[in-house]
Design a protein around this ligand. Sequence first.
Ligand code: 13P
Ligand code: ZN
Length: 272
Amino acid sequence: MSILDTNKEFAYVIAQVAEVAGYIWQKGWGERNGGNITVRVTEFATPQWASMPALSEPIAIGTTLPMLKGHYFYAKGTQKRMRDLARDPMGNGAIIRITDDAAHYEIIADNPVMPTSELPSHLMVQNYLLESGSCYKATLHTHPIELVAMSHLPRFKASQSMTRTLWSMIPETLAFAPLGIGWVPYEVPGSMELAQATLKQIQHYDVTMWEKHGVFAVGQDIMDAFDQVDVLNKAAIIFMSARAMGGEPEGLSDQAMKDVQEIFHLPKSRPC
Ligand code: 13P
Ligand code: ZN
């Protein structure tokens, strides 16, 4: 018996995680164990979940995150592959429960799969989303090739310059990634420093660059987080393709971008 059998809506959310993991592999963004996913699933918890015995000792988060007390999350397992998760989400990830001290978690289902090494970033951002009353529940870290390549170029090492170039490639980038892209200077993967810098950027942006590493994104669900990264990476591919054709892409004018923002009433902050 799997925890997926306890609740149909919950099983749908995990199936969506598996679907996105498959896309990430197909796009070449998930080499080996690259990337990770966390989704808050507390709303699907049945009384059965509360009485499930822990499959692990309580494990320290490394910080106290008061908003997370008693919450449940699906988390990709560390060293697990996106392409394997696509087939078997509960064999390559686990459901964790945050303990009452809000400083530890325990694994409750289906197997004792240790969560991702980037859990500090995922949980610190999840804590912020709850604190700010946001309806966003999913967090995604992935390695999109062209965006990571862009983060190596000195002229794009700032949120403003990278956002402007990406937005100016096609109007849809502006429409579907209306908050732009944040910038986190290089930090050691899995570190608290990386998590803290990510948290700062996620207060303003749905997607932030991790310099020379990848992106971290939030969404109402995991498909939403994936879509935003996909839209931004598509713009990076157009930029790169134009340069490969022999010149510097012109980009939409400031006026053209302003018009799109006004005509489509694009939001300047998260809708919820
Ligand atoms: P995990 O296998 O621990 O999730 O790490 C993958 C990764 O991309 C680290 O940044
Ligand atoms: Zn990574």
